[in-house]
Design a protein around this ligand. Structure first.
Ligand code: SAM
Length: 208
């Protein structure tokens, strides 16, 4: 899967490719979906949500340029699969999910797979997690109308926020915002993507 679906489609960071090779994706999909775990597609995980496509996880991790000493915040834990990939790359990962059943299942799966450096929280990740800030990287796995200022302010100087942003709920651009100084943020565009909506105070309202 990594060679055919990810490296050939433009992700070249060796640490990211090694992390994807190492994380057993079948451990993060629901029962009955194991045979599809290595197809590069999103799969249902309950609560109307999906496990991210491996290529998208890889693109976001590469864009976030994560170092082994980094502290990382992920918004949108879902299955816990991307959190496991991030845990392979970083020193510490905090991940927030708004649906309690998904957060509980992800915590169990991450524990069973041996990831001790991931802390799963339940709540509105569009507000970040100020108690644990600042972060070297923040990855948002759901699309919002804009990149919340409150998340940008939880970055270290030099920190990167990678997030899908778009005026429509189902279609976004993947952007990276780097905090280059206390009050200076630089934005880059990594192309079109399609994510489920970020529902929360600094995202979209529930039930449009
Ligand atoms: N990265 C996950 C994985 O590997 O399985 C998949 C993420 S899924 C595409 C997006 C997740 O974001 C969903 O589980 C959804 O419930 C969650 N979400 C949406 N808005 C959120 C918010 N404000 N705070 C926390 N989680 C949120």
């Amino acid at each position: 899967m990594v060679e055919v679906q990810i490296a050939r489609r433009g992700v070249h960071d060796e640490r990211v490719l090694a992390a994807l090779r190492k994380v057993p994706r079948e451990a993060f999909v629901d029962e009955g979906f194991e045979e599809f775990a290595y197809e590069d597609s999103p799969l249902p995980i309950g609560c109307g949500q999906t496990i991210s496509q491996p290529l998208v996880v890889a693109m976001m991790a590469e864009a976030a340029a994560i170092a082994a000493t980094d502290r990382v915040l992920e918004v949108g834990t879902g299955s816990g699969y991307a959190a496991a990939v991030l845990a392979e790359l970083a020193a510490e990962v905090v991940t927030i999910e708004r649906h309690l059943p998904l957060a509980e299942k992800a915590q169990q799966r991450l524990g069973a797979a041996g990831y001790a450096n991931v802390d799963v929280k339940v709540g509105d990740g569009s507000k970040g997690w100020p108690e644990k800030a600042p972060f070297d990287a923040i990855l948002v796995a759901a699309g919002g109308p804009s990149a919340p200022r409150v998340l940008q302010e939880q970055l270290e100087i030099g920190g990167r926020l990678v997030m899908p942003v778009g005026r429509e709920r189902g279609s976004q651009r993947l952007i990276r915002i780097t905090r280059t100084a206390a009050n200076k943020f630089e934005e880059e565009d990594f192309g079109g993507v399609m994510f489920v909506p970020l529902i929360g105070e600094h995202g979209w309202q529930d039930n449009p």
